[in-house]
Design a protein around this ligand. Structure first.
Ligand code: AMP
Ligand code: MN
Ligand code: MN
Ligand code: MN
Length: 286
């Protein structure tokens, strides 16, 4: 496949293997129906869905890149690094991801304790009902439980009232280092991408440090068009991509038909002047 002809690439979404609600097969079908030409499933800290996703894409006649979204702690803040086009069977990558996932269960129990202190009982067991992969309990599963229990109207309210810094269900966690995440991806033959940069609460200096260090570690791309960015942020991060000599990625960050406001394959195309990250990965497209 000639990567230069691809416009509708969607290289960021989640399945039941992390905190999405659809199977890899259902996502592949939905992506294809929405006109996606090149797809990647990027579950959090986990590559367990990759062979299923690649097979489902093939069955849909849609091109595929392997993917994962790695949780990183940088300057005291959680940053997400997407890896694309790596070998999902790479041992060092799999071990690094297993290490990054480790501690999620204990963190979840502490989150439930915090919630119990404000009168919300049984949140750990409640969240577990929504978990597809016992290794990957996340804040999203707690949010689904609190909505179902009628404590909050929607997921955003849960995060605002209970699951963000300073709130009763928030437990700080130390994830992978930036250097390790980029290294795991690169050494497995992939390209590292800074996910949704506008989401991080960084000062201008901290953001500059993130991009500079990411690049120094071998990172090569940044998400410019994502479901997490406004149109003004597309413009801002297109400029940042040019400034740092990074390629650009595009992805909906779709999690669920009931929760996500951006569906697979429905975002605007990348601004024309940028190099699409999939052009760096032409030989990794399946
Ligand atoms: P965790 O990796 O357990 O810290 O959970 C992070 C996940 O929570 C993200 O990947 C999103 O899916 C979800 N999330 C974070 N903030 C919000 C928000 N304000 N509203 C809805 N979901 C959110
Ligand atoms: Mn998520
Ligand atoms: Mn993310
Ligand atoms: Mn994501």
């Amino acid at each position: 496949m000639n990567a230069r002809n691809i416009l509708n690439a969607d290289l960021h979404c989640h399945s039941v293997v992390s905190d999405g609600t659809l199977t890899p097969e259902a996502l592949a079908e939905r992506a294809r129906r929405n006109g996606v030409e090149l797809w990647a499933l990027t579950d959090h800290d986990e590559v367990g869905g990759q062979h299923r996703a690649a097979a489902a894409a093939r069955a849909q006649g849609m091109a595929y890149l392997s993917g994962a979204e790695i949780s990183v702690t940088f300057a005291g803040e959680t940053v997400h690094i997407v890896g694309l086009g790596f070998d999902p069977d790479n041992q060092a990558l799999q071990q690094g991801l297993a290490h990054t996932r480790g501690g999620r269960s204990e963190r979840a129990r502490e989150m439930a304790q915090g919630l119990a202190q404000v009168g919300i009982a049984g949140a750990y067991e409640g969240a577990l009902q929504f978990v597809g992969n016992p290794d990957l309990i996340s804040r999203t599963h707690f949010a689904r439980f609190l909505v179902e229990a009628g404590v909050c109207q929607d997921m955003h309210e849960v995060f605002r009232r209970f699951l963000t810094e300073g709130k009763p269900g928030y437990v700080p966690h130390r994830w992978a280092t930036l250097g390790n995440a980029v290294r795991w991806i690169c050494e497995a033959g992939g390209v590292a991408v800074i996910a949704h940069p506008a989401r991080y609460k960084f000062t201008a200096n901290e953001e500059y440090a993130l991009f500079a260090e990411f690049k120094a570690h071998g990172g090569r791309a940044v998400e410019v068009v994502t479901g997490s960015h406004t149109a003004q942020e597309y413009v801002k991060y297109a400029e940042t991509a040019r400034e740092f000599g990074l390629a650009a990625s595009r992805g909906s960050d779709f999690h669920s038909p009931d929760e996500s406001h951006t569906d697979l394959g429905t975002l605007p195309y990348l601004p024309g002047a940028l190099q699409p990250v999939w052009e760096l990965l032409e030989d990794r497209i399946q």
